[in-house]
Design a protein around this ligand. Structure first.
Ligand code: SF4
Ligand code: SF4
Ligand code: SF4
Length: 322
């Protein structure tokens, strides 16, 4: 049973437009120093795709049979290099230039954006915003030999004490989501802090505040009136990413359920098998509920679930967090 004061996020993948406003808000606020260019506590990748860091889901970590599982640290080239365009040559000398990552691996965060999978006439992809899951069982904390990572009792956020961190990377290898980084500027491991300085002042996390798709909800999980509680615990349509990793995340996703023009002439656009790999078997009943409630709304009938997802007012997305 989660701490009822746990700060939890719900991200509606049907509303995320891949604008990266959340990525930029987080980066500007927390990792904007020179030397931190390739660190993204929040990133939005395209699924199916290799993601960031590259092939993060294939590196192990998390828990297997209840025990900490061995993970592999990403190599520097898995984070890629900054993108570069020679503006002088392109704009003033008329020379053709292509944007290229500055890395030996010819790779950059989000370099495979919008590639997706599937064949014409039904290719598919969706945007997948990712941040630390502030897990109930944080593998990063269990792996740390210096007890430098704690789960705060007042809000369940998982944070690193840079003073205790010895920068050995055990937490980086243990997090199966690739969401801990060795920061070359602070010389310590670093990760999303859930914007706790903002939360302590009653403000929403920056990524949520800036979300132009109004796709992100945040609240304390035990706040029964919140959309987060309703979507996770009552309607059971918000699901953790890769629950098989065993860390019990507190970031939940509404799986994509709409087809082309919502009529799905050739069946669901995104294969359910792929969604099951991402969100586990609970995705099947969740999709059934979402489709049934959506159909009601299309027929002009009321649907409390669709109202929660539409979130008419800002207060419908963000509950008081103090
Ligand atoms: Fe730790 Fe990774 Fe879970 Fe975040 S997502 S709490 S870094 S195990
Ligand atoms: Fe970044 Fe704050 Fe969002 Fe975490 S909660 S991803 S620190 S903006
Ligand atoms: Fe998606 Fe919102 Fe992030 Fe834009 S800001 S990419 S809509 S989650």
């Amino acid at each position: 049973m989660s701490n009822p004061r746990q700060i939890a996020f719900v991200i509606d993948l049907n509303k995320c437009i891949g604008c990266q406003a959340c990525t930029v808000a987080c980066k500007r606020l927390w990792t904007g120093e020179r030397g931190q260019e390739q660190i993204y506590w929040c990133n939005v990748e395209t699924a199916p795709g290799e993601g960031y860091p590259r092939k993060w889901a294939e590196r192990g970590g998390g828990f297997k049979n209840g025990r900490l599982a061995k993970g592999r640290m990403p190599a520097p080239e898995d984070y890629g290099g900054p993108l570069r365009l020679d503006y002088e040559a392109r704009l003033f000398e008329g020379r053709k230039q292509r944007v290229r990552p500055q890395s030996a691996s010819n790779w950059s965060a989000n370099w495979d954006e919008d590639q997706g999978a599937g064949d014409y006439p039904n290719p598919y992809f969706f945007y997948l915003p990712r941040l630390c899951n502030h897990c109930d069982r944080p593998a990063c904390a269990e792996a740390c030999p210096k007890d430098a990572i704690i789960k705060r009792p007042e809000d369940g956020l998982v944070v690193i004490d840079p003073g205790r961190c010895k920068n050995d990377g055990a937490c980086v290898a243990a997090c199966p989501y690739g969401k801990v980084f060795l920061d070359p500027v602070t010389r310590a491991a670093a990760k999303c802090i859930g914007c706790f300085p903002r939360i302590e002042q009653g403000q929403a996390p920056a990524c949520v505040s800036e979300c132009s798709g109004r796709a992100m909800h945040v609240a304390r999980l035990g706040d029964a009136a919140s959309s987060v509680h309703q979507l996770v615990n009552v309607w059971k349509v918000a699901l953790p990413l890769r629950p098989d990793f065993g860390t019990q995340p507190n970031v939940f996703y509404i799986p994509p359920f709409l087809g082309p023009d919502t009529e799905e002439p050739e069946g669901p656009r995104i294969p359910e098998k792929f969604l099951m790999e991402q969100f586990g078997p609970a995705v099947t009943p969740a999709l059934a509920t979402l489709r049934a409630e959506h159909a009601k709304r299309v027929q002009g009938q009321p649907s409390r679930l669709m109202d929660l997802l539409i979130a008419y007012k800002p207060g419908d997305l963000v509950r008081p967090l103090g």
